[in-house]
Design a protein around this ligand. Sequence first.
Ligand code: MG
Length: 457
Amino acid sequence: MPGELIISVSGMRGIVGENLTEDVAISYGSSFGYFLKDRCDSKKKRLSVCIGSDSRVSGDMLKAAVAAGLCEIGIDVIDLGVVTTPGVGIMVGKLDCDGGVVITASHNPIEYNGIKLLLSNGIAPSAEDAKKIKKYYLDKTFESIAPTESGRVTQDETSDTAHIEKVLAIVDKELIAGKRFKIAVDSMNGAGCRVTAKLWSQLGCCVKGINDGATGIFAHTPEPIEANLGGLCDVVKAGDFDIGFAQDPDADRLVIVDEQGRYIGEEYSLALAAKYIFSKQKGFAATNLSTSRMIDDIAGAAGCEVIRTAVGEANVAGAMIEHDCVIGGEGNGGVIDLRVGPVRDSLVGMSLVLQLMAKTGKSISELAGEIRGYCMLKKKFEVDKVAAGNIIDKAREIFSEAKINTADGCRFDLADGWVHLRMSNTEPVMRLIAEAEDEQKAKEYVKIVSVIISEIS
Ligand code: MG
């Protein structure tokens, strides 16, 4: 919702200088620090938090402000510089920190920035913990400390090395390097530029980078969706490339363009990564309720199951840890492999897809074509919570034959498709996602729900 500072499970997001100011960031830093101190068993232990920012120009200002807020209540800060969101997740573990902070507004336009929080396990706080942090921020009742107890700030520049080392450990580097893949990459002038270029040199790829300077001045709207990736598709079409990749500004999401320059859809990133993982091992996968059925088909063919969670990276990552999942993520291009970290990671997605291509000798269009595709439609409606409950009750009557999952709103799984209805965490909006084998059927599902909503709200 433009103009409003949003505080949710994902942290804080707003417009820089308008509602996301230096003062707000200092207070939010202190709130997070206070939360960490409060939950720490040993009150004498000195806590530390590592902090990185994506490439947005406002990142330095907000990072310094959050660091000041943390230091003000006695938490030491390790500044990682410009780094990806998964990179911060990895460094929380490597540096044995009590928490992590990423200054990023992910795929939002340039005027936005945000403060994303991670706990010591590299995962975002639960809804309950996020509520506590928000309350500390609103109450602003932080205990003062002696000046000699203030936190100190140190620098660490090893994020890229740590990240690449972990990613290379899950693929066959020699096999991929032997293929000399030709790749075009749009890193959107984001935090992924530097570390991704280093990864390619390790994997022996020939790379054409576009928007590959981490200037934070986005050359186009930074969400990695088809409408924004015409430039990448044109580059792939015009050249002799094996594949095109696009990352969002904090490099946790990945989108693929095939060798003919066709955008294949963000849902395919997780599906293709899962196709490789399940070709060599068995285990559980986890994803949220709004993600395509493609992963169920792929897991099912390998005799494996998919665990469905509420929407939100922390929910998926939590389920992955609980069930020791071999792969997971979200349909928005977010691939998670716990061997690297419990955070969506475009470097993981890219490496697993290249590994699949190298292992099979097939083109990316052939591999995507082997996965049965679906038509997914999304809509949102302005409704309040009471109306949302009534809408779901009515939908349950109409879709009476469906398998129901109520982990987050309600998902109705039918023989030829599914419908997911859920309230947004950040605005009074109900989201409708419908997927079916063809567009006509998906439209039918959207129409059924639209009629219910128009009758009730
Ligand atoms: Mg992102």
